[in-house]
Every structure is written in C-alpha cells, then in structure tokens.
Design a binder for this molecule. Structure first.
Ligand code: ZN
Length: 108
C-alpha cells in the first residue's frame, strides 16, 4: 500500500508542497472545464440522435413537454392529435380545421 502512495508523489514531497497546492487548483479548474465541455458534447450528440430519429423541437424548444403551438390562435396541442400543414421543418400544427384554413389565408 505504501509503494502505491509513493508513485503518486514522486520526488521530495515537502519541498514541493507549495507548488503542489497550486497544481491541485489548476487540476480542479481543468476538471471542471473538461466536465463542462464533455457535458456539452454529450448533449449535442444526444440532440443530434433525437433529430436524426425525426424528433422535432416544437416552436424553438420553449416547450419541453412536447406540445406544439397553433400559430393562428396560440393554443398548445399534442402533435399526434393536431392537424398539420406543410412538410419537414416547415410543418405547422393546428387545433382545428378552421385554424388551418385561416393560416392558409394568412400565408397566401
Ligand atoms: Zn387554433
């Protein structure tokens, strides 16, 4: 057990104690920085996978519950129960046939 501890602290430990405490701080900062970068990369990969599977962030991602907003009357609705217009990223969701018709009028 003692040999393992010596591998972790090479050289004269007492003389380097001041420098060591400084390097510990740098290590903590680096660790936090790396953890932050790793989390960001991980999140990007995760959202990339979801988008690759066809998941669409509703209305710019403001709603985390997965509801979409009717652009005509502003009602939040489930995409599975909504009427749609357009395709791909231009898909719009409507609460009723009336709103879909009204949107078509606005768009034209
Ligand atoms: Zn509506």
């Amino acid at each position: 057990m003692e040999s393992a501890a010596r591998i972790r602290r090479p050289g004269a430990a007492d003389a380097e104690s001041h420098e060591r405490s400084g390097s510990v701080m740098i290590r903590i900062v680096l660790f936090v920085l790396l953890a932050y970068i790793a989390a960001r990369v991980f999140w990007r990969v995760l959202t990339g996978v979801f988008e690759g599977l066809g998941y669409q962030r509703p209305g710019g991602g403001a709603q985390s519950v997965g509801l979409v907003r009717d652009p005509v009357c502003g009602t939040f609705i489930l995409p599975s129960k909504a009427l749609t217009s357009g395709t791909g990223t231009n898909t719009r969701y409507f609460c009723s046939e009336k709103c879909r018709r009204d949107y078509g009028r606005i768009a034209d």
